[in-house]
Every structure is written in C-alpha cells, then in structure tokens.
Design a protein around this ligand. Sequence first.
Ligand SMILES: [Fe+2]
Length: 287
Amino acid sequence: MTDLAARPEDDDRAILDQWYPVAFLASLTASETRVRLLGYDLLVSGDDDGVAVRRADTAALLPARKVHACLWTTLGRPKGDVVEIAEAAEPDRRVVPCGAINVRTSGLRVVENFLDMAHFPFVHTNILGAEPITEVAPYRTEHRVDVDEIWATECRFEQPQAARSSVGGMTTDYAYRVASPFLTLLYKSCPNDPTRPDVICLFVRPVDQERSVAYPVMFLIDENSSQAELAQFQQRIFVQDRIILENQRPARLPLSPKAEIPTRADSVSVAYRRWLKAAGVRYGAIG
Ligand SMILES: [Fe+2]
C-alpha cells in the first residue's frame, strides 16, 4: 500500500526540485534494485552501457546523473546540476565512498548532526575530540545568497585523531557547507598537505520523513592508506553518530525558533533551520 503521508506535498518545491543520491555507482548492477526516495519507490540499474532510474509505479524514466561516486536522480525540476565540488576534479584526490548507512530519523537531523562540533569529545571520543577540551570556539556562519548555501567558516577543534593518516593530535580547521537541504560537506585540514583541505561529503537520501540513507563520500589527499582503511575510519565515526541520531526526539527536525534553546556553538544549526524554514521546507520537519 502506498503511504501518501510519506511523500512531499506537490508544492514542497524546495524538496522536490533537488538532486538526490540513490546508490553508489560501485554498487549498481544490470538487474534493477528497488530504492525508496521521498516515499516513492524507484527501480535503479546500471552497467557499462549506462544507468537507469524509473518510477516503480508508472515506469516513467527519471533524470540520472553519475557524479561524486553516486547515481543521482530527481522527482522534480532542479534549477542546476548536481552540486559542484571543485576539489573532486583534482587528479590526485582519492575518492572514497564509505558505504551507505541507514538511519532511522529525518535526513534533516542527519545533516544537522554533521554540522555539530560540540559532540566531538563525547561521541567521537579520542578521535575527533577528547575531554577536557569540550568548548566550541567562536566561528562565522553565513547564508551565501548568491549560491543560496549555508556556510560555517573559521571553525577549529583540537583533535586526537583527525584523519586516518594523522599521527598524534592536531588543531583542525574546518569549513562547513550546506548546499541543499539534504546535502552537506566539510573541508578540513589535511594532515598530508597544508595547502589543500580534505573534503568529506554527506549526501542524504530521504527514504521518507523519518528514515534516511546517508552516502558519505570523501575526497582525500592520502597516498598511503588503503581504500578499506580510509572507508573504515569514516564508517566508525558515522556508526557513532547513528546511535545519537536514532535517539533524538522528535525524529523530525523542529524548525520553530522556540523549539530548542540555541547556544553560540549552535549558530550554524540555527542558520540551517532558519534557511529551511524560509525555503518552505516541511518534509522531515515540524513546526
Ligand atoms: Fe559526529
């Protein structure tokens, strides 16, 4: 039976007119796999001859793009193409898809958690943070109106093991970027190259309003670690996040300014919620 409440309303254009990841390219097969996106069942396939995304109910072909290690589609009419990530085109970058992660909560929660530095010492203990250094230093948050993205810059955190290739602790500089409601990435100091950041993306597929699949993809400068080592390092972190995320209530992200009491450390989260509300996003949200 079709659960219509699981789908966005027709006028929820901020959600419908976006690109979403539906699979890692490496996991595609010639036979069709059923994938749910925004409450719609899709059939996804791909081989050397090409890829296809169809609606399971009408068999209508949907647009498909192969980029950033993922297959992308849309149920609406996006204004532009899939998010551009300049670093992804650098020839010496390691592209590391980290394995799809099912999370039983709103994809908006997943994105918001990705933006949060305050949890590092408590959730990613001795990796991305450690007591007694628990305070989030002031950073800048902005809505870049020309590209309609939320950015947090000048973020820094003391990290015992900032990356797979880190030897000892380091002060890590971060910049966060939210390119669309379910699509975020961060740029962080790379232990192997002081001039270029590592890029870690979190592409989220909203299955329905309270279930999502996260596709982490990293674009790294690291000549030494194996692909499996790099993916495992990040998977371990996301599994720690999943435990926190699945315990947050309500599962849908509250967008009312009164819903949660922000602190200075949350300024990017506050900006994200305001931006979602201003865009009229209702899917996966309340208030
Ligand atoms: Fe985390």
